[in-house]
Design a protein around this ligand. Structure first.
Ligand code: PMP
Length: 416
């Protein structure tokens, strides 16, 4: 029986959890993991795929005449094809393997930015970006004399896209925007941003690190120029990420890493580059992670992205409906149009203390600035506590989370 057949509507969380060894590990008994926005757990199918590679056919890819390496190469390139199909890319060679979303942004900021940004050009980003999609653009602007401009975040945790008409000008050369916030959960209408940017021929880079794990993405439909995300936030291994780029942009930009596997010809003083996608994949890649990411996508597809999205939405609404009436709780971000990421504060209590209290009740949540200092500045806070959910979380876990919120309010009120 396939995984999909064992899962009835809505998601059978108990059945899904059986695929995740971490929840069955004796030391983790009773653990409620609410930190999937930082990294997700990995199903046995992914772990087995990696084990198989290491035990059965560990070898380096490409340029090999023996069977072991042919098998590794086939696994690696097959994963590329799967990923291309998963996000609706026109060609597998538009999929570049990187170490993660962060490295992917840097590839564009350096490989595209250094070649095409000129003094006076404008780079438009938003106040809601993760540092990964902010700092590389600050550096690119400095290196190339470009000017950074920002789409504002309002107090509801939404981007003010109405201002695009004024912000996008003939000088706008590149727009870098998140598809969903890792702090506020807010989803962004990136299609609207892309349409607007394309009216002035600006190139758009979309950070899909939070969006891809939770809802179907089609890069062709969005007409994104670049789109990037990380494997470890979507049940895949750490150390692997994806940079999707339209063929014309990847062809035009420069490679960022130089060395083995990325050359066409090498002479004493000059070299030429291999064709796409290998031009960007210098050196030995994280081959088991690539193949493992392929297994993660297979797992997600078997369950169905639409069902995962519906499950996430129902958990989030269930949680928000119980949190919102609580006087001492402040919730950051919009009520609707959000991913299963809930940042909150308990009046008068530091987020780290909140997270520590939850840990004492065996619930893992995150606290801090979540690598998004501009959001903190805009909302005039220093940190938030953050709970995030995924396909292996249940309503019973949310109930426990809410019970602990009440407990925490009671506990800390004694000290206030
Ligand atoms: N963008 C967003 C929106 C993220 O949430 C993260 C990870 N927290 C990143 C980029 C960076 O991902 P990675 O650390 O896997 O490179």
């Amino acid at each position: 029986m396939s995984l999909a057949e064992t899962i009835s509507e809505p998601l059978n969380v108990e059945e899904i959890r059986r695929s995740f060894p971490i929840f069955n590990y004796p030391e983790n008994k009773g653990l409620i993991y609410l930190d999937s926005a930082a990294t997700t757990q990995r199903p046995i199918q992914v772990l087995e795929t990696i084990r198989k590679f290491n035990e059965e056919y560990n070898s380096n890819i490409h340029r090999s005449a023996y069977k072991l390496a042919e098998r590794a190469t086939a696994g690696y390139e097959c994963a590329r094809l799967q990923i291309a199909q998963f996000i609706g890319a026109a060609h597998p060679h538009e999929i570049i393997f990187t170490r993660g979303a962060t490295e992917a942004v840097n590839f564009v900021a350096i490989g595209w930015g250094n070649k095409f940004l000129k003094p006076g050009d404008e780079i438009l980003i938003s106040e809601m970006e993760h540092h990964s999609n902010l700092v590389p653009w600050q550096m690119a602007a400095k290196r190339n004399g470009a000017i950074l401009k920002f789409i504002s975040l309002n107090q509801n945790g939404e981007l003010e896209l109405e201002a695009l008409d004024d912000l996008v000008t003939e000088r706008t050369r590149l727009v870098a925007i998140t598809h969903a916030s890792n702090v506020l959960g807010s989803r962004v209408n990136v299609k609207k941003v892309i349409e607007k940017a394309h009216q002035v021929d600006a190139v758009v880079v979309v950070d899909g690190a939070q969006h891809v794990p939770h809802a179907r993405v089609n890069v062709e439909d969005l007409d994104a120029d670049f789109y990037l995300f990380s494997g470890h936030k979507m049940l895949g291994p750490m150390g692997i990420g994806i940079l999707y780029g339209k063929e014309k942009h990847l062809d035009a930009m420069d490679p960022v890493l130089f060395g083995g596997s990325m050359i066409d010809d090498v002479n004493y003083y000059e070299s030429t580059w291999a064709e796409l996608p290998w031009k960007f994949e210098a050196g030995t890649q994280n081959i088991p992670a690539v193949i493992g990411l392929g297994a993660a996508i297979e797992f997600l597809e078997q369950i169905g992205m639409e069902r995962i999205e519906a499950h996430d939405r129902s958990l989030t609404e269930y949680c928000l409906n119980q949190l919102e009436p609580l006087e001492k709780i402040r919730i950051f971000g919009p009520h609707r149009q959000r991913l299963p990421v809930i940042s909150f504060a308990i009046a008068g209590i530091h987020a780290h203390d909140v997270a520590t209290f939850f840990d004492s009740r065996n619930i893992a949540i995150r606290s801090g600035h979540h690598c998004a200092r501009l959001i903190m500045r805009k909302l005039q806070i220093s940190s938030t506590a953050r709970a995030s959910f995924y396909l292996y979380n249940s309503k019973e876990e949310i109930d426990k989370f809410i019970r602990v919120i009440h407990e925490a309010i009671g506990y800390f009120s004694r000290w206030n």
